[in-house]
Design a protein around this ligand. Structure first.
Ligand SMILES: C[S@@+](CC[C@H](N)C(=O)[O-])C[C@H]1O[C@@H](n2cnc3c(N)ncnc32)[C@H](O)[C@@H]1O
Length: 336
């Protein structure tokens, strides 16, 4: 990317390039972007080195396909790597604290209020599907709950595995999660190439006896199993419901796995992930909140609280562009 920008600078008149460099620090910014990309690369190398077993399946598949080296990354792969970096900042940096206060804190508060007796929490099972990099799972475990995350993205699983099990000290890495966006920058140095130290806390600092786990796999496949019937006292879904292909299937599973009288706490928008899927066989059914609200009650939950929360998602707080979601936060209880 910086190479493309340097080439563009070569193509404009020399005195324009000189003005850009003298007054808008253009080439210096590109040098800083290069350094940021190198630091991000070091982080990903640490992720891959930490647990070679996690890559073994991928490498074996490559060999079966007769490939000696990994295929060239496609733009979609690069997008995933970039969004994973931003997700690290959201979940595991001081930078993400304000977003976590909007997204996770109301859910944690509702969970704590529901299970106020701290002594009993270790026997309370909480599930967080679409757990991303696991911060909410970790927060629930820290509060004493038996906390289980579920995630199907290999990118998320690789990175959360490293963050949760491989990190030895807070702020061990310096990342540059916003380095790839050249537009809407107020100041390249303080916005685009701003360093973000991760993690803000030591993930392995959970109290002794904490119970935290991560189930890898598709939510529908994993939790359709009868072993999960009535398994959870609470399920927390944060920016997850709209990942459904078939939202009614999600609702049925949620209803089956939350025990009678248990609570489902949600916070998120309805940005249906599969709406624009290129493959017509990718099923996507979008519903509005009005319809979804009725469906939630029809499958067997009673919505006890409903509020609206405005928040960004994995955003660069300094950018001149901010997408703000109006999230529906609710607490729903499974009817007896
Ligand atoms: C928008 S992100 C939200 C992550 C996290 N809850 C947060 O608030 O930062 C949605 C997450 O759900 C995961 N996901 C999507 N569909 C899933 C499925 N069917 N089973 C498990 N995880 C899924 C994605 O990989 C992604 O990490």
């Amino acid at each position: 990317m910086p190479a493309r920008k340097r080439a563009a600078l070569e193509r404009i008149p020399a005195h324009h390039a000189a003005l850009l460099n003298d007054h808008a620090a253009f080439t210096q910014s590109l040098d800083a972007v290069d350094a940021g990309i190198t630091a991000n690369d070091q982080f990903f190398r640490a992720v891959l080195k930490a647990d070679p077993a996690m890559l073994a399946g991928y490498l074996a598949r490559m060999r079966r396909m007769g490939l000696a080296t990994a295929p060239e990354p496609q733009p979609a792969d690069v997008d995933k790597a970039v969004s994973t970096l931003k997700q690290v900042a959201r979940d595991w940096s001081a930078e993400g604290a304000s977003e976590r206060a909007k997204c996770y804190q109301p859910m944690i508060d509702a969970l704590e209020r529901e299970f106020a007796n701290v002594e009993e929490r270790s026997s309370r099972r909480v599930l967080i599907p679409g757990a991303g990099l696991g911060r909410l799972v970790w927060e629930a475990a820290r509060l004493g709950f038996a906390s289980e995350g579920n995630e199907f993205s290999f990118h998320m699983l690789l990175v959360s595995n490293y963050l949760l099990n491989g990190i030895t000290r807070p702020e061990q890495h310096t990342l540059y999660p916003y380095v790839h966006t050249f537009s809407n920058s107020l100041n390249f140095t303080t916005d685009q190439v701003r360093p973000v130290a991760v993690p803000d806390v030591l993930p392995s600092s959970l109290p002794d006896g904490s119970d935290m786990s991560m189930a890898a796999g598709d939510f529908v496949e994993v939790y359709s199993s009868p072993t999960y019937t009535d398994a959870f006292d609470s399920v927390l879904t944060c920016f997850f419901l709209d990942t459904a292909h078939n939202i009614v299937e999600y609702l049925e599973i949620l209803h089956r796995i939350v025990r009678s009288g248990g609570v489902w706490i949600n916070n998120g928008p309805l940005l249906f992930h599969w709406e624009d899927a290129a493959d017509p066989r990718e099923l996507s059914i979008e519903v509005d909140w009005t319809g979804l609200r009725k469906l939630i009650e029809v499958v067997g939950f009673e919505i006890e609280r409903e509020e609206w929360i405005e928040t960004t998602y994995a955003a660069n707080r300094q950018s001149m562009l901010q997408y703000v979601y109006r999230c529906v936060f609710f607490v729903a209880r499974r009817k007896p």
